[in-house]
Design a protein around this ligand. Structure first.
Ligand code: DQA
Length: 149
């Protein structure tokens, strides 16, 4: 059987990781996170594609394209988590199994971060483990996909 392909989507401002509020997000850069995910992908025998965008429509187009090209999505939608019905509708529309991840624990932070539009249509959410949230999310997603095969 051919390898599953996983799309990693990073939303707005995550390109600034390393510089951005290091007391909240740590010093790791987005490139370093993507490299860790690619290594973990090799170990789990899945293909990994990574995309970051500051634009809601670009993220939505990537979700639509995932329908034909990827078996799972890991998404850190950044602030769009708390605002974007459109990203939630795209994920619900394509029905590609999705895990929501956050570097910070969004429930320990400002109240406006406590609500996620994505959580109700995701398989699950991992929040608060820094870069490990992505790696844990990838492990959980791959296990979910393999069990469903
Ligand atoms: C974040 C949490 C969001 O509230 C915030 O807007 C981000 C990053 C996280 O990974 O902790 O941009 O998604």
């Amino acid at each position: 059987m051919s390898q599953s392909s996983i799309l990693i989507l990073h939303g707005p401002n995550l390109n600034l990781l390393g510089l951005r509020e290091p007391e909240v997000y740590g010093s790791i850069t987005l490139d370093q996170i993507n490299n860790l995910l690619k290594e973990e992908g090799k170990r789990l025998q899945v293909r990994i594609s990574c995309l970051q965008s500051n634009h809601e429509g670009v993220l939505i187009d990537a979700i639509h394209q995932a329908r034909d090209n990827h078996q799972g999505i890991i998404i850190n939608a950044g602030a769009y988590t708390h605002t974007s019905v459109a990203i939630r509708d795209a994920l619900a529309g394509v029905k590609v199994p999705t895990v929501e991840v956050h570097l910070s624990n969004i429930y320990q932070r400002e109240e406006f971060r406590h609500h996620s539009y994505i959580a109700p249509i995701a398989i699950g959410q991992i929040s608060g483990f820094g870069a490990n949230s992505y790696l844990l999310g990838l492990q959980a997603l791959v296990r979910y996909i393999k069990l469903a095969e």
